[in-house]
Design a protein around this ligand. Structure first.
Ligand code: HEM
Length: 421
């Protein structure tokens, strides 16, 4: 059973600590270890990362909900301390970016979210639907033109579309996709990966470039009042909204990462999981009205973000286990989503599952994902178009899909596919 922090740190007496098979950065198949943790030590202190790992649904949800006891201030902190060279590069480059929203705490979070939320208007998303559909159709046609009838769905379809969408939404030239992908990869690696000091150096340069561009975008939006999400926030500021240019640039810095990485992964996982469960794929081919419910089950079964962070603002209890003030906490939504206390037969993928929407893949409470509607809109369009264009799509023979090394983002490295002539 889990023990209070003092006992955990002193009770091993030099013996190896049992982590129940949990490897914080290994994402290929974390689910058996999650199940062992839920059963044997649902609140476990993992000294390798310095986090309390929480794996049961009700505990994860309760921590998300209680933002006063469990603040999100560590949500964007580097899991591994920044090395001296990277720190110097970022200092010299004037890097002062802070989280747009997810690591902010009330009252700042409440103030900024209220302004940002207004810019996330359904009207703006609706207007983007035809453009997104066209992009999906074009990407599919290009992939299906391959003479050997093989492709990588991740690269050919999922990679670019969400990035073009978020760039367009923010009024950025879509030709910048490769640059933003480079910056975003660095953002994911620098914050949630296990890099050596040496490995951090190129990423530090990328983050300096990325942040400088965010500040330029805000200055540009002030000058040209363009019709974009940044333009809306700048206009709100002009109208008296209490938000600084640095805060707007930080929102851009967050959105131009969060707004596509996770949706690319959702698209890749949708195809990977559905093609691994042929009857479900065939059901969607036959009936597009089942797509929205299937997407909830995909998010439950294989979410883009499997773990998110919080910090205890005071001594507290999680699931009956005492955690000290200042404790760093890893909420494993990938595990919570497979908790049999909430989901019947949780290891089974079932697009007819009635309570699939109760998944925690978008978080819960005051930080609940602002972009969830946009992510689902794009994924629905992608599934409608793909099931219609290529019902015979299947995973390539022998495809053994690997996942990136990361604490939070469970990202497949490829989704090899093939299809009938
Ligand atoms: C499948 C796609 C996505 C997933 C799985 C996802 C997941 C998440 C999660 C887990 C959080 C933290 C919630 C918490 O702390 O309680 C979050 C927050 C956030 N997400 Fe998403 N997200 C996705 C797509 C998007 C998109 C497309 C956008 C923007 C266009 C976006 C913008 C945000 C923002 C701004 C926040 C911070 C909200 C706050 O702290 O108030 N996300 N998301």
């Amino acid at each position: 059973m889990a023990q209070p922090v003092e006992d955990v740190r002193t009770s091993t007496g030099g013996c190896p600590v049992d982590h129940h098979g949990f490897e914080p950065f290994t994402q290929k198949d974390p689910f058996p270890a999650y199940a062992r943790l839920r059963a044997d030590e649902p609140v476990m202190y993992d000294e390798r990362i310095g986090y309390w790992v929480v794996t049961r649904y009700h505990d994860v949800k309760a921590v998300f909900e209680d933002w006063e006891t469990f603040s999100s201030e560590n949500a964007q902190a580097p899991v591994r301390a920044r090395g001296p060279q990277a720190t110097q590069i970022m200092k010299d480059g004037g890097f002062t970016a802070y989280s747009g929203l997810s690591a902010r705490v009330p009252p700042d979070h409440t103030r900024i979210r209220a302004i940002a939320q207004r810019a996330f208007s359904p009207r703006r998303f609706k207007a983007m639907e035809p453009g997104i559909r066209e992009s999906v159709k074009r990407a599919l046609a290009d992939m299906l033109a391959a003479p050997d009838r093989t492709g990588d769905f991740l690269v050919d379809v999922a990679y670019t579309i969400p990035t073009v969408t978020i760039l367009t939404l923010l009024g950025v030239d879509p030709a910048m996709v490769p640059t933003y992908k480079r910056w975003s990869d660095s953002r994911a690696a620098m914050t949630w990966s296990d890099l050596s000091d040496e490995e951090q150096i190129p990423h530090a340069h990328n983050l300096v470039e990325y942040w400088n561009e965010m500040q330029r975008l805000v200055a540009e939006a002030h000058a040209d009042h363009r019709d974009s999400l940044i333009g809306d926030i700048v206009a709100a500021q002009d109208a008296g909204g209490e938000i600084s240019d640095h805060e707007i640039a930080s929102i851009c810095y967050s959105l131009l990462f969060a707004g596509h990485e996770t949706t690319t992964t959702l698209m890749a996982n949708s195809i990977r999981v559905l093609l691994s469960h042929r009857a479900s794929w065939d059901a969607l081919v036959a009936d597009h009205s089942r797509i929205p419910a299937a997407m909830d089950e995909i998010l439950r079964y294989s979410g883009s973000i499997v773990a998110w962070r919080r910090r205890a603002t005071k001594a507290a209890e999680i699931g009956g286990v005492a955690v000290p003030a200042g404790a760093d906490i890893l909420l494993v939504m990938g595990s919570a989503n497979r908790d049999a206390d909430v989901f019947d037969d949780p290891e089974t993928f079932d697009i007819g599952r009635e309570n699939a929407r109760s998944h925690l893949s978008f978080g819960f409470g005051i930080h609940y994902c602002l972009g969830n509607m946009l992510a689902k809109l794009q994924n629905r369009i992608m599934l409608e178009e793909t099931t219609a264009a290529v019902p015979s799509l299947r995973l390539a023979d022998g495809a053994d899909i690997d996942f990136r090394h990361n604490l939070s983002f469970r990202v497949p490295t490829s989704v090899p596919v093939t299809w009938e002539a």
